[in-house]
Structure formats: structure tokens, C-alpha cells
Design a protein around this ligand. Structure first.
Ligand SMILES: [Zn+2]
Ligand SMILES: [Zn+2]
Length: 303
């Protein structure tokens, strides 16, 4: 049986961070390639990492066919698309999956970033065949790969993905934050405050339960681990997680391997090492010592 191969082309969150401080983990923003046997390639997110992937695809000198899944449209997840050379070559074929924003359909969201105000080349210059497919929270089959999507806790509409092929599953939750605890409820009489608070707690528990079901038993969970817990406290509602949350989800969902993703642009290689080490320690403390590593550009995982 042919293996499923995951390759990381961009692992950084927010903004590309080239330079000597990020040499080992890499400075390109989110892009992950998954190769399933006998299907076009799956590309998850089109951050600056997709540019290098594009160069490699052209070097193979065969027509390129791929599914591109966009989790959401923050710059670090789409900024590489205008630099993805295979999209400009006739004979190549891409299907881009992503959600619509209110009043802005997917194809417009993508073409806006290539408007001449922002970029010199128009989307019409992409001579490959490009189809846009709007998705929401759903479950569908693509050439033998089951794709399941879930809205995450991140500003704007953001999808998480679960890909399942022949009992092998990969879950990608790039930009995701814990559902808020201890929410302060303003301007309500005391008794209403209490009932709302308890309703909110139930809501939080339900949401968390759904997320754990979504990622449960995955062979590989790729999750946002941008912060240390004390950094997170200062950035609540920015849409990202402390590594402790990623580890706790992995434990609760009994996943087989955890990949820490979306590294903070201010974290140098040594800081990412530290997050990796503390995550491994937390897994050991939970008596669940699975394989856990910080995503690194060029890293490949075979399952
Ligand atoms: Zn991001
Ligand atoms: Zn984002």
C-alpha cells in the first residue's frame, strides 16, 4: 500500500520571517502538501511557502493537477498564490476550495488580492484551468479521499480540515484559539448574568466537545501552537493558541502524532525548540507520550 506523505512548505504564522534567526524552522507562511496515492495533490493553504512548492512542481515537467484548500483569507494563508508559477501555465488544472465571506464570493476574494492596486499581474493572466468551489462545514469525497470541514475559533470564517484515506487521517487546524473561558458579562442584572454565564459555559463545553470529536484518533494533528501561555494571555481573541491547548486537544482526542504549527514571527529557532520541548514534557506529564514536533520547512511525514 502506497503511503500518504505530508510535506511542510511554510510553517510560520502572520508574516514571512526570513533571516538567520529562523533558518532551522523556516520563515515561509502556511503551506502544507499532502500526497495521497492515485489522486491529484492536496495543497493546504497558499502562504508564501507555496512559491517553493510551485517551483518544484514545474521542475517535474508534467502537467500539474491539484486541489488547493484555503482555510481562510488572512494574508499569511493566501499571499503566495500570486507567486505560484504553475497557475500561470496552460495545461495545468487547479480546484480552489474555500468559504465565501458575507457578500464576497470565493473567486472575488482571491481576485481582489491581484487587483492592480495590490499586485501587477491580474488573475486573468493565470492561464491554467482554475475552478473555485465554495465550501462550508461539510463532508465530501474527492477521488477516494474523504474531506471533512469544521469552522474554527478564529476571526472571520476559518475552516479546519480532516482528510481521511484508507483509515489514515490527517487533521489540519492552523488558526484556532481556545473557546473563551471566564467571559465577563457586562450590563446585565445579577440573576440574568448568572444564567447567561452558565449558558456560555455549556456553549464552550459543547464547542470543545465537537472539536475533539472532529480531530479524534487522527494519525497526525497539525495544530496552531503560536504562543507560550503567558503570551496568549495578552493576545486573547487574536485567534491563536498556546502550545498547552494544542497538547491538551491531542491528549483528549487520542491522536497519534502532534505537529505544532503557525510559529510566531517573533519566535526564533531556539524559542520554537523550547515550545517543542515543553509540549513533549506536557504530553509525558499527561501520560500520553506520543510523537510531537514543531513543524519545520521541508519536513516530511509518511503514514
Ligand atoms: Zn494564520
Ligand atoms: Zn488567520
Amino acid at each position: 500500500m502506497n503511503p500518504v506523505i505530508i510535506k511542510f512548505w511554510g510553517v510560520r504564522g502572520s508574516i514571512p520571517t526570513p533571516g538567520p534567526r529562523t533558518l532551522r524552522y523556516g520563515g515561509n507562511t502556511a503551506c502544507v502538501e499532502i500526497t495521497f496515492p492515485d489522486t491529484p495533490r492536496f495543497i493546504i493553504d497558499a502562504g508564501s511557502g507555496i512559491r517553493e512548492l510551485g517551483k518544484e512542481l514545474l521542475s517535474i515537467q508534467q502537467p500539474v493537477e491539484a486541489y488547493i484548500f484555503l482555510s481562510h483569507f488572512h494574508w499569511d494563508h493566501i499571499q503566495g498564490l500570486p507567486f505560484f508559477k504553475p497557475a500561470f501555465e496552460p495545461g495545468n488544472k487547479f480546484i480552489i476550495f474555500g468559504c465565501d465571506e458575507p457578500n464576497v464570493p470565493l473567486d472575488q476574494i482571491i481576485s481582489i488580492q491581484m487587483n492592480p492596486i495590490y499586485f501587477p499581474v491580474a488573475i486573468e493572466d493565470m492561464r491554467s484551468e482554475i475552478e473555485f468551489r465554495t465550501i462550508a462545514e461539510e463532508n465530501f469525497n474527492l477521488n477516494g479521499v474523504n474531506v471533512q470541514t469544521k469552522y474554527l475559533n478564529h476571526p472571520g470564517y476559518t475552516l479546519g480540515f480532516r482528510f481521511q484515506y484508507d483509515h489514515k487521517s490527517i487533521v489540519y487546524l492552523s488558526d484556532n484559539e481556545p473557546f473563551l473561558q471566564n467571559q465577563i458579562v457586562h450590563r446585565l442584572p445579577k440573576h440574568r448574568e448568572e444564567s447567561l454565564e452558565s449558558r456560555f459555559e455549556t456553549f464552550v463545553e459543547d464547542k470543545e466537545k465537537e472539536l475533539i470529536e472532529f480531530l479524534a484518533n487522527a494519525d497526525v494533528l497539525i495544530h496552531d501552537a503560536q504562543y507560550f501561555p503567558d503570551e496568549y494571555k495578552k493576545r486573547i481573541r487574536w485567534g491563536h493558541s498556546p502550545y498547552t491547548y494544542a497538547v491538551d486537544l491531542a491528549v483528549k482526542g487520542k491522536v497519534k502524532e502532534l505537529i505544532l504549527f503557525h510559529h510566531d514571527p517573533d519566535h526564533d529557532d531556539e524559542t520554537v525548540d523550547k515550545i517543542e520541548q515543553l509540549s513533549q514534557e506536557r504530553l509525558r506529564q499527561a501520560d500520553y507520550p506520543i510523537k510531537c514536533s514543531a513543524a519545520r520547512e521541508g519536513m516530511e511525514i509518511e503514514i
